[in-house]
Write a protein that binds this ligand. Structure first.
Ligand code: GDP
Length: 440
């Protein structure tokens, strides 16, 4: 995410970090580089200029030149300003209605249908809601089908009237259906066009006027940079929407849209989409995003994801197994599944401070556990529960079965062995023992 921008900002701060004594000239050079980095990320000229002006004023106000660590202070000032530019606090969505009606708007291909599904899934699994998805695209039967497929994946009902050509009526009927059947959130997916056109605007404005949604969201593809900002402006002029959804942040996005949209339309980014799967949705936290942009990772989100996967019951079972020396490859597989549920490897690595930069040129496979899983899947149930039975002959068979090299099987066995020992020590109050082992 925003690798290029992060790299350039890092270089800009290097100017300050490299000097024993900081001068006005160094600070000016740094700010020039910061501005260039923002422009390269597709932030518009005026916003980039205002940004560096504010940073400069703050830097003077806080006497950057005389502090002990001017480089760090500058990074902090830039971080605070970036956070502010992206909206300051995280903005929630209004779910006060019964049902709460959420209207989705945006161009075709922006990721509107995908996001409608992600939001329904998020509200269902994380907020305990009963959402209804509504297909209001009267032009493309394929769009209605697509929403039905999405709904099927996440187990959420989809309301549609394929024969009806009046989106206002469909939306009104859907809300009636929701009231009659106990749905407390209604998410309306509307028709998009490839570009902003009057007919589409009138149509969605009519739906908006008729149903008075509690929340109108505008979905936009982050990859489109300044275009995203212009489209947002056009939609906001007509709909006065409540928030922005920025999709495809997992791609090679330069960052301009995320940084500028708030200050252009004065509406917060509420969620971001980070992949094609239904769980690739994140609440947008401006401060965490600023951390990421500055290469500081996002430990808070990482810990939150880990906590979401933490299951106390499972943890207790696992502890018992470890204590009884019964930890096997099936448990190992379960652990891998849990890590995988936290997100793609690329995404997780991006949250570790410094890791993004350190691993910049390393190709991270999205499914990093593919080979390990293949090896384990080639083991018999007996071998998985009692790894000690795996001898050389069995290892050869496992290697052949999984299509991996025997060295890889050996390596996995070794890692598994070390992990089991380590877990046993941690459990048996063996902190001391572990320290001894690590020391030598
Ligand atoms: P709509 O026309 O606005 O409804 O857009 P769709 O929901 O059909 O999405 C268009 C394409 O973008 C599809 O191929 C989606 O899988 C893809 N897509 C949507 N959101 C994301 C995202 O956050 N990341 C990535 N990589 N792809 C996405």
């Amino acid at each position: 995410m925003f690798d290029n921008l992060s790299e350039k900002l890092d270089k800009a701060f290097h100017i300050l970090k490299g000097h024993g004594k900081i001068t006005d000239v160094n600070v000016a050079d740094t700010l020039k580089e910061v501005r260039r980095a923002l422009l390269d990320a597709d932030v518009n000229f005026k916003i980039a200029k205002d940004f560096t002006t504010r940073v400069k004023e703050k830097a003077i106000g806080e006497n950057v030149l005389t502090t002990l660590q001017p480089g760090q202070l500058m990074v902090k000032i830039v971080k605070d300003e970036l956070t502010e530019l992206m909206g300051g606090e995280a903005a929630g969505i209004n779910l006060s209605g019964n049902p709460s009606v959420i209207l989705m708007s945006g161009l075709q291909g922006s990721g509107k249908t995908t996001f409608s599904g992600k939001l329904a899934n998020y509200l269902k699994t994380k907020k305990n809601k009963k959402p209804l998805l509504v297909a209001c695209d009267i032009y493309r039967p394929a769009a209605i089908n697509q929403l039905h497929v999405v709904g099927g994946q996440i187990g959420v009902e989809v309301y549609s009237e394929p024969e009806n050509k009046n989106p206002v009526v469909i939306a009104e009927n859907a809300i009636k259906h929701a009231k009659a059947n106990g749905f407390n959130v209604v998410i309306i997916d509307t028709a998009g066009r490839l570009a902003v056109d009057e007919e589409m605007m009138t149509e969605i404005a009519n739906v908006h006027k008729a149903i008075k949604p509690h929340e109108t969201l505008f979905v936009v593809d982050a990859m489109t940079g300044q275009d995203a900002v212009n489209t947002a402006k056009a939609f906001n002029d007509r709909l006065n929407f409540d928030g922005v959804i920025l999709t495809k942040l997992d791609g090679d996005t330069r960052g301009g849209a995320a940084i500028t949209i708030k200050s252009v339309v004065n509406k917060p980014i509420k969620f971001v989409g980070t992949g094609e799967k239904m769980d690739a949705i994140d609440v947008f936290y401006p401060n965490r995003m600023a951390d990421r942009i500055l290469g500081m990772g996002d430990v808070v989100s990482l810990v939150e994801r880990a906590q979401e996967q933490y299951d106390e019951e499972e943890a207790r079972k696992l502890q018992k197994k470890i204590a009884k020396n019964e930890f096997g490859f099936d448990d190992f597989l379960t652990q891998i599944q849990q890590i995988k549920k936290m997100g793609s490897m690329k995404d997780l690595v991006g949250m570790i401070p410094g890791a993004g930069k350190a691993l910049k040129d390393v190709e991270i496979e999205d499914d990093a556990f593919k080979h390990v899983e293949a090896i384990i899947f080639s083991m018999t149930p007996e071998e998985r529960s009692k790894p000690s039975v795996i001898d050389v002959k069995r290892k050869n068979r496992i290697a052949k079965g999984s299509g991996r090299k025997i060295e890889e099987v050996n390596q996995l066995m070794k890692q598994f062995d070390q992990m089991s020992k380590m877990m046993k020590m941690m459990q048996g109050g063996g902190g001391k023992k572990m320290m001894q082992m690590m020391q030598g």
